[in-house]
Design a binder for this molecule. Structure first.
Ligand code: PEP
Ligand code: MG
Length: 601
């Protein structure tokens, strides 16, 4: 397990320090640190010229309008879900936004003192907060924290995009925590890698880093406080290490290692045109997990036979919006289908909640066990219906599958199918085309769905096993918590048993099964999954050649034998040991991906 380490403060005498974390996205980066503190809202004073005053007032007013929109959504949700009392707190926050004592004072400060809006907001609101905190009235003292929440919300909107533009590409971003959306923006900006204090191997920020081929290490326990921007770092996303103040010898060693990794990636490209088939002629379909349109060219580059999982919610999260109009969604989905056809595109309907927090600041104590996935969609037809219509309309242009996340009971999939029929009827009434036979699949990612897979099967055209969630819910290990990352084991016999049960139910009903969780990228797991009878593996495109390498090195009969041994094992470690031995003997050149990175040296 990653342990808390004491790291001396940076300075000229600091010795090389290796901090162990969790490998989140493979690759090696060498470069200076950029320490990104998302939550520090210290606003520097900037004097502005008289001609810039209207622009600054405009920025402030737009930020207030955005806060009003955020809070209106939060109030609606709070009212519906947690009751009037908590809604009234947010209502009070909303009223503060245009309260003349605050709004008027900020406007005055911008006009009179000619200071930037951020500085004015911080100054005015800090002053109010202090007055309230010192008040005799208990009510006012309690509201003091609300002032700070409102201040931070305004500053966040004022700053959006600004922090990003300060980041120099060619740096390794070091941060306490990032969101999946941050990783996309950083990657587009050309940063070298990401190191984070928090996070687990299948948290969405890690998945996103892998999708963007951005080396990342998470779960580094407070490392951010000990690093200064500009300090030299080595980030090893294969072993899950961050090296501070590396010596020249270490730097040299890692440059060679980075080159070797690149070479391996290039060599893997040779596998792309080859068939994904075992030595005894069994075909395994390889599809791609995608989150963004810009990843589409990777399908051909890495030989994907379609999209096995398109995480549509990422589109929403990137826009920071909860509701994207049907027409805008349709345009995006159609573009994707146009590129992917004649292969299929599997659109997973919006899967918000968990570590993909709703963009309106909704908070729960236990979000992974809370309002997530299909639960939100059935509660909020205004989210589900436009999306269903948009996906259905895209199905007129090529093969489309629709996939439902977080299903835990049969009633949910029945209700979902009713909504789908409703969406089809609406389109028919409008005279708009769609494929009435677009397949509907259920994600098996909760033990109840795996255990009762035979009851779910009549309502599904396919199953897709989401091992990221299935592992966390089976083993009671939060997928994003680095403190328990060593307990997060997708090769645990209990997880394997649930996969077997799912496959058996599917084959009994003649429907196919895929695995679209990160387990498909765990090269050790590949022979076992195939041995268990999984038909398709879906993963970030860059992983597909490596997966194919293992498939082409095995016989299906060996997979069955390994699966049967694994199911009888007592622990995940036992399973891993057996599989490592098999991989060592059968699939050469994988050392880098397994802990055997050491074997390379
Ligand atoms: C999963 O849970 O395995 C999955 C593919 O969905 P997500 O990672 O988006 O929760
Ligand atoms: Mg999931």
């Amino acid at each position: 397990m990653a342990t808390r380490v004491h790291i001396p403060a940076p300075g000229p005498d600091r010795k090389e320090i290796v901090v162990r974390g969790v490998a989140a996205s493979p690759g090696i980066s060498i470069g200076p640190a950029y320490v990104y503190r998302r939550e520090s809202y210290r606003e520097d004073l900037r004097e502005i010229s008289e001609s810039n005053v209207p622009e600054e007032l405009g920025r402030f007013d737009r930020a207030i309008a955005k806060c009003e929109r955020d809070l209106a959504k939060i109030i609606a949700i709070a009212r519906e879900k947690v009751g009037e009392e908590s809604a009234s707190i947010f209502d009070a926050q909303r009223l503060m936004l245009r309260d003349s004592a605050i709004y008027g004072s900020v406007v005055n400060a911008i006009k009179r003192d000619r200071v930037n809006a951020g500085y004015a907001v911080e100054k005015v609101m800090n002053r109010h907060q202090k007055v309230m905190e010192a008040s005799d009235s208990e009510y006012l003292r309690e509201r003091a924290q609300d002032i700070l929440d409102v201040r931070d919300r305004i500053l966040r909107h004022l700053r959006k995009g600004k922090a990003l533009s300060k980041i120099d590409p060619n740096h390794i971003v070091v941060s306490e925590n990032l969101t999946a959306a941050d990783v996309v923006l950083f990657s587009r900006r050309g940063v070298l890698g990401c190191a984070m204090d928090f996070g687990g191997p299948t948290s969405h920020v890690s998945i996103m880093a892998r999708s963007m081929s951005l080396p990342a290490v998470v779960g580094l326990h407070g490392v951010t406080d000990r690093i200064e921007t500009g300090e030299m770092l080595i980030l090893d996303g294969i072993r899950g290490e961050l090296i501070l103040s590396p010596t020249l010898t270490t730097l040299e060693r890692y440059r060679t290692r980075a080159e070797r990794f690149q070479r391996l990636k290039t060599e893997e490209k040779e596998l792309v045109p080859l068939s994904s088939e075992t030595l005894d002629g069994h075909r395994v379909r390889l599809e791609a997990n995608l989150e963004l349109q810009e990843e589409l060219p990777m399908l051909e580059e890495y030989g994907a036979e379609g999209i096995g999982l398109f995480r549509t919610e990422i589109l929403f999260l990137m826009e920071g919006k909860l509701v994207v109009p049907e027409e805008a969604q349709f345009e995006i989905y159609k573009k994707i289908v146009d590129v992917v056809a004649p292969n299929p595109t599997t659109f997973r309907v919006i899967d918000l909640g968990g570590d993909k927090l709703l963009p309106m600041g909704h908070r729960e104590h236990n979000p992974f066990l809370g309002w997530r996935g299909i639960r939100i969609l059935l509660d909020k037809p205004e989210l589900l219906m436009p999306q269903l219509r948009a996906i259905l309309r895209a199905s007129a242009f090529g093969p489309v599958r629709i996939m439902v996340p977080m299903v835990t009971e049969v009633g949910e999939i029945k209700a979902f199918r009713e909504r789908l029929e409703e969406a089809q009827n609406q389109l028919s009434e409008r005279g708009q085309a769609y494929d009435a036979n677009a397949e509907v699949g259920i994600m098996i990612e909760v033990p109840s769905a795996a255990l009762l897979a035979d009851r779910f099967a009549p309502y599904a055209d396919f199953f897709s096993i989401g091992t990221n969630d299935l592992t966390q819910y089976t083993l009671a290990v939060d997928r994003g918590n680095d403190l328990v990352a060593d307990l997060y084991q997708d090769l645990h016999p209990a997880v394997l048993m649930l996969i077997r049960r799912t496959v058996e139910a599917a084959s009994g009903h003649g429907i196919p099964v895929s695995v679209c969780g990160e387990m498909a990228t765990n090269l050790r797991a590949v022979p076992v999954l195939i041995g268990l009878g999984v038909d398709t593996l879906s993963a970030s495109p860059v992983y597909l050649p490596g997966i194919k390498r293992v498939i082409r090195a095995m016989k299906r009969s060996e997979g069955r034998m390994l699966a049967s041994e694994a199911l009888q094992s007592q622990t995940a470690q036992e399973v891993a040991k057996r599989l490592d031995k098999w991989l060592d003997e059968h699939a050469c050149g994988l050392g880098f991906y397994l802990e055997g990175a050491q074997a390379e040296e």
